[in-house]
Design a protein around this ligand. Structure first.
Ligand code: RB5
Length: 142
């Protein structure tokens, strides 16, 4: 599976660590930036790049990091075909897939540890969408 990853400056260090974590586990990773480390940048630039990568089929799903995760999630949720959801612990990471079928996991890099961020990624990737009433609700979003 190919996973896209994107962040602003606030998520850049976690982006690098999570990319390594994924590659070590056999995933292909496409990095949509920032490529400028912790130098201040604007999160929509990278959220939009990730969304385009998903919509063009370059990557199947994505991980987006900024300080709170909200800037990334808000931007991504304006993009067709994207359902981005915020997680901050294992259970919210499980539910954002099981109930919301999020194809992008948004993480608040300034508010969770790196260990927790990796645990969220693992949980989200290993969880399946439950469908049923949750599919009905997702259909109502459109
Ligand atoms: C950057 O300072 C911060 O505003 C950004 O990373 C994010 O938290 C926005 O939602």
């Amino acid at each position: 599976m190919t996973i896209g990853i994107a962040s602003d400056h606030a998520g850049a260090l976690y982006k690098a660590e999570i990319s390594l974590y994924l590659v070590r586990r056999g995933y292909d990773v496409v990095d949509f930036g920032t490529y400028e480390g912790t130098q201040s940048v604007d999160y929509p630039d990278f959220a939009n790049a990730l969304a385009e990568g998903i919509s063009k089929g370059m990557v199947e799903k994505g991980i987006a990091l900024c300080g709170t995760g909200n800037g990334m999630a808000i931007t991504l949720n304006h993009c067709p075909g994207i359902r981005a959801g915020l997680a901050w612990n294992r259970e919210t990471a499980r539910l954002v897939k099981a109930h919301n079928d999020a194809n992008v996991l948004a993480l608040p890099a300034r508010f969770i540890s790196l260990v927790m961020a990796k645990a969220c990624v693992k949980m989200w990737l290993e969880t399946g969408f439950e469908g049923g009433r949750h599919q009905r609700r997702i259909d109502k979003i459109r």
